[in-house]
Design a protein around this ligand. Sequence first.
Ligand SMILES: O=C(CN1CCCCC1)Nc1ccc2c(c1)OCO2
Length: 329
Amino acid sequence: ATGSVVATPAQYDAEYLSPVSIGTPAQTLMLDFDTGSSDLWVFSSETPKSSVQGQTVYNPSKSSTAKKLSGATWKISYGDGSSSSGSVYTDKVTIGGLSVSNVAVESAQKVSREFTAEADLDGLLGLAFSSINTVQPTQQKTFFDMAKPSLDSAVFTADLKYGKAGKYNFGYIDDSAYNGSLTYTAVDSSNGWWMFTSPGYAVGSGTLDSTSITGIADTGTTLLLVPSSVVTTYYKQIRNARYDSSQAGYVFPCSTSLPSFTYAVGNSQIVIPGKYINFAPVDSAGSSCFGGIQSDEGIGFSIFGDVALKAAFVVFDGSQSPRLGFASK
Ligand SMILES: O=C(CN1CCCCC1)Nc1ccc2c(c1)OCO2
């Protein structure tokens, strides 16, 4: 089996949302596919009304295929400080024509204010390793792990785009979606993430600096978060860029033309065009813009978020020895 679903950007490409059908008859919600976590959770009929502001909710009592996972609970907090928690059902989940039965659908009984404020986001679909799923007392498998036995190939691919709809595919690699060839690189999944080491980077047309960057391929994080030495080197190339402590990041005039940022993958390179690194205006006047490359200070590793991933076609290979494949496009 295979599946293919659109990934539509929201809020200046801050997140990408995909339609997911849950239950019988189908209840379709817009979920944020997150390769940085491993819980499929949704706004639901159990979410306090005061916490639901525009989201579409999943109602298990209206699904003939829903089953309560008795005694199971979940609780998750993300690097940006947001969090959610609740109860667990199993139900049929269909993504882009790919149907999987008995998938753990985690019903939110609490969500933090960041999620309430995100009217377009109805939940998350975790695509990291099942070893970091938060359901207790019985840890649950991700949608991808549940689908794997039925897939033509044990892979999914992320083809996110700048300011327009991209795609997530399951079970196959669309060789027409990228240029040249895929370069595969080793993954350390021991902490549950798609972690890899980029052997170097370059700013603009400069030569490759062989400072390696170890981080996770994370579709759920908006920006590229890298060591401060790399951040400093990048913004040093931009006359009017400065660190704005009130924004806790580098900003520059929105009219600035930005240098590209290149990250190495094995012996090949992915070039992030400068315009991808102008993330969003920090003020309504739109005079000052927030950089798409910021520091990974305090995280413990770097994060190749959407700013980095949307410059590539990325294969998440979930075979016996997981690996990541990158190609330019
Ligand atoms: O929290 C996230 C991504 N997260 C995915 C689920 C929705 C809410 C955002 N990323 C993240 C991860 C580490 C961080 C960080 C942000 O800010 C500082 O460290």
